[in-house]
Write a protein that binds this ligand. Sequence first.
Ligand SMILES: [Mg+2]
Length: 180
Amino acid sequence: MNKIIVDIDNTLWNLAPVFFEYLRRYNPEIPIEELKRGETGLKGYIPREDLYGILKEIHMRQDQFEPYPEAQQFLAALKEMGLYVIIASIRDEEARDATERWLKKYELMYDELHLSNDKTVLFNDVWAIVDDSIWTLDKAAHAGIVRTGLRNVWNDGRGHPLFDTLPQILDYLKRRYSSK
Ligand SMILES: [Mg+2]
């Protein structure tokens, strides 16, 4: 069991500011600053299909955005540990080309690219997951796999081992891997 799932959005790159900018343009009434602080949700401001539409638009332009500066080294280090890296993102299959171009452009190493609306289908065969989604982290905890991710307002204080940087996440994974 040497497989690890690595999320893309808000894990390998900073999606949030781009997403907030799209939201601001979509509906100037959306309280972006409160949203950033995690004080409000999007309920009532945007229908679900429009929300997915915005995310798809961003994903179709993936190769125009830069990853976090530590992302390349982070993935390379996972490979050096002997891990099989599954990059997994909740996004439309139509965004695969743009996503692959992005991974190649920034030399982000991986073994498999999984695009779907549910990463839990991978859970019975993996050692760990790196993700910021509270829904996914909860499912990972329940499945008993190692989970971690970058700390954000939407996932902090919910009982998951989260960190501020990718190198800190890497240290945590190394500790867990050596005691496995
Ligand atoms: Mg994410």
